[in-house]
Design a protein around this ligand. Structure first.
Ligand code: PMV
Length: 321
């Protein structure tokens, strides 16, 4: 009773920020993301009659992570199992500071546990119990169950593939600004924003229009239109956070320097568009043919510690036996 699964991180083009139900981790807004081939997480789950309790190891270190044990409980309840499990995870995400490692981690864990329990793994999005347990671990994680461009619907919380990874040759160029842990994790950050930001209602209200614009741009394979919707979404999300009390500021001076570099690329005719999550890193969406130029422009920004180029990737999948 064991299985190994791999999942890539996903980066939201149209952001999710805010919950309408904290216990079930239901989003206040829909979101649309790109799943990447790497970095990501590989996780093995082994249900074992000899284990007195669940155990979790991440990159060789034993951890007591409540969300991991809750996900195992949900799989056990669904499969009618009582066995405890050993969970072994390897993360290739370079930092725990807002680079979406929780999304690839929760998707890989959910699928590995689901498969180890003998539950069906042919169409992951069609398993609402799997999608829900992955979402409870991390709100953005169900999007990593599917590959390419993926939408998470606010009302049904279902995930759907909008475009397969090989259908559009895009790249996400990631400027890593720091290897420090983020100051405020996304859960408390979302609560603070909802409860204190006067812009929160406007953020929620305008969200559907950003999603519709992004969908239309994807249909037309129009990167300029998609990029404009993407930058609007991230800046509106950060504006809403900045207006919280106390203010929630994930962006650093280097983030703004990278945004200047992206604007300069556009002035030079390169279709390059930026997005930031709950951290200072800048992720730039561009055509594959422009990735080398974008990479160089981001390396030239003072203080950027590392630049990764990622491709659209597949959804969470089983690997090995
Ligand atoms: O999945 P969480 O709870 O870490 O929330 C992630 C939220 C953002 O990364 C900031 C935006 C998004 O849609 O991924």
């Amino acid at each position: 009773m064991h299985a190994t699964a791999r999942a890539g991180i996903n980066i939201a083009l149209v952001k999710y920020w805010g919950k309408r139900d904290d216990a079930e981790n239901l989003p206040a807004v829909g979101s649309l993301s790109l799943t990447l081939d790497s970095p990501g997480t590989t996780t093995t789950v082994r249900f074992d009659a000899g284990l007195p309790a669940d155990r979790f190891t991440l990159n060789g270190q034993e951890r007591a992570d409540r969300r991991v044990f809750q996900a195992l409980d949900a799989v056990r309840a669904h499969a009618g199992l009582a066995l405890r499990a050993q969970v072994t995870s390897e993360n290739t995400v370079p930092t725990a500071s807002g680079l979406a490692s929780s999304a690839s981690g929760a998707a890989a864990l959910g699928l590995a546990a689901w498969a180890a329990a003998g539950l069906p793994t042919d169409d992951l999005a069609a398993q609402p119990a799997l999608v829900a347990l992955v979402r409870r671990a991390s709100g953005s994680a169900p999007r990593s169950l599917l590959g390419g461009l993926v939408e998470l619907d606010r009302d049904t919380t279902a995930v759907t593939q909008v475009l397969a990874p090989q259908a559009w040759d895009l790249r996400m160029v990631i400027a890593v600004m720091t290897h420090q842990e983020k100051k405020v994790k996304s859960r408390p950050g979302m609560t603070l924003t909802r409860e204190t930001s006067p812009y929160y209602a406007a953020w929620v209200e305008h969200h559907a229009a950003d999603l519709a614009a992004a969908r239309a741009a994807i249909d037309a394979r129009d990167l300029d239109a998609l990029g404009a919707a993407m930058e609007r979404s991230t800046l509106r999300m950060h504006a809403c956070m900045l207006a919280a009390d106390p203010p929630l500021r994930y962006l650093s001076g280097r983030t703004l320097d990278a945004l200047d570099a992206v604007e300069a690329l556009r002035a030079d005719g390169v279709s390059a568009w930026a997005t930031m999550d709950a951290g200072p890193h800048v992720k730039v969406l561009c055509h594959a043919a422009d990735a080398a130029r974008v990479h160089q422009a981001l390396i030239d920004v003072v203080g950027v510690s590392e630049v990764l180029v990622a491709r659209p990737g597949p959804g969470a999948r089983r690997v090995g036996g």
